[in-house]
Ligand binder design. Sequence first.
Ligand SMILES: Cc1cc2nc3c(=O)[nH]c(=O)nc-3n(C[C@H](O)[C@H](O)[C@H](O)COP(=O)(O)O)c2cc1C
Length: 194
Amino acid sequence: MNAKILVFSGSLRTGSYNTQLAKAAIKILSAEGAEVTEITLADYPLPILDADLLENDGAPENAVKLAQLFQVHDGLFIACPEYNSSIPPLLKNVLDWVSVTKSDGTHDLKPYAGLTVALGSASPGALGGIRGLYHVRSVLMNVGTQIITEQCSVANAGKSFAEDGMPSDERTLSLLKKTCRSLLERVTVGRGRV
Ligand SMILES: Cc1cc2nc3c(=O)[nH]c(=O)nc-3n(C[C@H](O)[C@H](O)[C@H](O)COP(=O)(O)O)c2cc1C
């Protein structure tokens, strides 16, 4: 059974560098034999989480759909921008909404249990968004995922992707490969399909 990996970018921006990084990760994960699903969070719009909304209406349909996707995959690769040295609101809102889903109407949902996550970031800045990933890690730890140590940050992202879509810097490319391979070594294959 091949590992099923869900990949998405934490940015909706047209021409997003993180979406470019997500696509580069997909090439590597696919070449390593993973069964990859790519989604864009643009297809799962969610209101800002307000506990009154949750109390009155429960989790929105898109939060449940994302929770189901998390549940049926063995691992995630998230490429995420850094906003003011931290996690951007889009991703935080998604992770929070998914954390409060309980059921899809038929089955209990446990979207984060046993889920393994790898992280990347890209930024026009010299640090590549690496500071934000510590905050992303912290949230993902709190919701109960396993996060792999290796990660890949693409600095000067406007000029750091080659024509083939891969990071042009050899060290960065090698880190991205290492991160993807480590994810595939650590996922519990089949965890979401029992
Ligand atoms: C509100 C805001 C805060 C930002 N803060 C940072 C930051 O702390 N560090 C950084 O490297 N880039 C920062 N940026 C710049 C982003 O890295 C840049 O917009 C990048 O293109 C976002 O990723 P994307 O191309 O995937 O959308 C910030 C951008 C915005 C809009």
